[in-house]
Design a protein around this ligand. Structure first.
Ligand code: ATP
Length: 304
């Protein structure tokens, strides 16, 4: 594709990226540094997703310079349509589990597979097409809302952009703006509230239709009511993929098919919400702290 054949939206992003690169050099190089260590294996093949089964098989990991392992013996499996919730104290390794799936880092022992294919042996490009990570502080470009949602999929039709925004409960807000979807988002999304920024990044991830979708504390700035509406709207979308929800807020993940309680880099409890409540351990203690036993309404948020 020559530059003349690119859609306007993609050109806009390119121009924007260059402009940002000159002003945000440090951050750009930080991002590039993260990526440099990770390369395709010489005989890497494209990932072929069939059933969409994600499996962690005794995974261990340690950050460079860390004294003790960050993760040890992590095992779980999730089939397409299932939701896995990950909860645990700050620094217990929850986000690291998420970051290993798109290979921001490589595992040091064990393996992560998708439909039986070791992710360290597939091409990065095919893996990252299949895995979407919605992070708490995702990068927004100084361009229109439409471009920001379509980022990663510059050929997207407007109807798909609108649908993604609807799933993320952002559509009504956008169409209420004088310039609608063409409204320019300021530097780092400064003209949007924290919750709106997070909903925009959710919409962006939905556009890519990944086989594995990870929400890494990505609804922290969204009120519980809006979050519930996002979850209801996304039920149909979640049918065809594995969804991982990492959150400090139990109400964000108590509906998951399986909940993993992580502490000190290990899964110390696992089960459904009911099973974990009956177990009377760490999860139960967190539940008692965050939710009123009589009506299940959150009373404490943001603390694990
Ligand atoms: P939180 O709930 O606070 O987000 P978390 O459970 O997601 O925490 P991680 O972010 O996975 O925990 O971090 C696990 C451990 O690894 C922590 O001790 C953290 O300080 C350390 N860590 C995280 N990222 C890095 C990094 N890039 N380099 C070195 N150590 C890191």
């Amino acid at each position: 594709m020559t530059i003349l054949q690119m859609p306007v939206r993609q050109l806009g992003l390119m121009v924007n990226s260059f402009a940002r690169a000159s002003t945000c050099g440090t951050r750009l190089f930080e991002l590039l540094d993260t990526e440099l260590d990770i390369e395709d294996a010489p005989d890497a093949r494209d990932l072929v997703v069939t059933d969409g089964v994600l499996r962690f098989d005794n995974v261990g990991f340690r950050y460079a310079g860390a004294g003790r392992p960050t993760l040890s013996g992590i095992c779980f499996e999730a089939r397409s349509g299932q939701t896995i919730g990950i909860v645990g104290p700050p620094g217990s390794g929850k986000s690291t589990i998420a970051h290993l799936i798109p290979r921001f880092y490589d595992v040091m022992s064990g393996a992560i597979t998708i439909d039986g294919q070791d992710i360290s042996k597939v091409t990065l490009q095919s893996l990252r097409k299949a895995v979407g990570v919605v992070q708490q502080d995702a990068f927004l470009f100084t361009t229109s809302i439409e471009n920001n949602i379509a980022y990663g999929n510059p050929w997207a039709r407007e109807t798909r952009i609108g649908q993604a925004a609807e799933y993320a409960q952002l559509h009504n807000y956008i169409i209420g703006l004088p310039a609608g979807y063409t409204t320019v988002v300021g530097e780092r999304g400064a003209s949007l509230s924290g919750g709106q920024r997070q909903r925009l990044t959710i919409a962006r991830s939905l556009m890519l239709r990944p086989s594995v979708l990870v929400f890494d504390d990505s609804t922290a700035a969204i009120d519980a009511g809006t979050e519930q509406r996002i979850r209801a709207a996304m039920k149909r979308f979640a049918k065809d993929r594995v969804t991982l929800i990492i959150s400090h807020r139990l109400s964000s993940l108590m509906h998951a098919d399986q909940i993993l309680f992580v502490e000190g880099g290990r899964i110390v409890e696992r089960g459904t919400h009911e099973e974990l409540l009956a177990l009377g351990g760490r999860y139960r203690a967190l539940y008692d702290l965050q939710l009123r036993p009589d009506d299940d309404r959150p009373v404490v948020t943001g603390a694990a």
